[in-house]
Design a protein around this ligand. Structure first.
Ligand SMILES: [Zn+2]
Length: 290
């Protein structure tokens, strides 16, 4: 026969076991703080954002509203997925973070597919403005204060020093400059130089252009832009003829090219290391750091 002391010991052991099990169970009220607890798409998006913007993007959890939220340095939160179905216009004007990252950028030399993108396939053109204000600065003065001049084809191009953007642009030019003598035809694409930092809205919208944040480059402004192109039927051929070494140099350093968008902007390259990283992960070229 067992003593009352032995019963007490068994009871304590059982209670500890129950406590341990309840900690291991993902209760409904428990926040999804770990990547393992997130849906696969959210875990991938969090992984690429954390790796592309180290120290700025910290995690993801379910907020009071029940929606997944991105946790940013300094306590800022951005809704990752608000569950709303969006029209094309709404996705452009007010995307959530999931929508911003949903279209996968087609890395690599332009081909028939990227020269004829599906309607409204614009990977990189849907932007959560609050995220860019957080990343690069909330005013022109703040952006300028944190920018530096980057040497690019004879220009001193102001570019944000945050999140590696200016260093990435400097490396783009370091890749291109030695090849320039062999490619006199590049001059028609590079010159005149359109510029980098400029605090302004996207044409015909009230949304800030990424040029406002010192994180985009325009090459020759005479290159076709979807709103003003006089010969849109010639654009696919121009995309295919665009110097692939220039596109490759930018993409290698974390930039996307507006020439691959359905709403094309052929002069425009934009520093979006999270989109380039997501494309590489999905192609199996790289694995995310744990
Ligand atoms: Zn531009």
């Amino acid at each position: 026969m067992k003593t009352p002391r032995a019963f007490a010991a068994i009871l304590v052991a059982l209670l500890s076991l129950l406590a341990a099990l309840s900690c291991a169970l993902p209760g409904p009220a428990r926040a999804a703080k770990t990547d393992a607890a997130l849906p696969p798409e959210a875990a991938l998006d969090l992984g690429v954002l954390r790796q592309a913007y180290p120290g700025a993007v910290l995690g993801m959890e379910r907020g009071a509203s029940g929606h997944l939220e991105l946790l940013l340095a300094g306590g800022t939160r951005l809704v990752y997925d608000d569950g709303r179905a969006r029209t094309v216009k709404e996705a452009e004007v007010s995307p959530d973070v999931r929508t911003m990252l949903a279209q996968v950028y087609p890395l690599g030399p332009a081909d028939e597919l990227s020269a004829h993108p599906a309607a409204h396939f614009d990977p990189g053109r849907r932007r959560v403005q609050a995220f860019f204000l957080f990343l690069y600065g909330r005013s022109e003065a703040e952006v300028r204060k944190t920018s530096r001049s980057v040497r690019f084809d004879g220009h001193g191009a102001p570019f944000s020093t945050r999140h590696g953007a200016a260093d990435a642009l400097a490396r783009v030019w370091a890749r291109l400059e030695p090849q320039l003598p062999e490619h006199p035809e590049w001059k028609a694409v590079l010159r005149p130089f359109g510029g980098t930092l400029c605090w302004r809205n996207i044409a015909a919208t009230s949304r800030l252009s990424v040029h406002s944040f010192g994180a985009a480059v325009d090459l020759n402004p005479q290159l076709p832009y979807w709103l003003t192109a006089r010969h849109p039927e010639k654009v696919p051929a121009q995309v295919l003829a665009f110097p692939r070494e220039i596109v490759a140099a930018f993409e290698a350093e974390g930039f996307v090219w507006g020439g691959k968008w359905a709403e094309y902007d052929m002069m425009h390259f934009e520093y979006r290391p999270e989109l380039v990283l997501k494309a590489r992960v999905l192609r199996g070229e790289v694995k995310l750091a744990q």
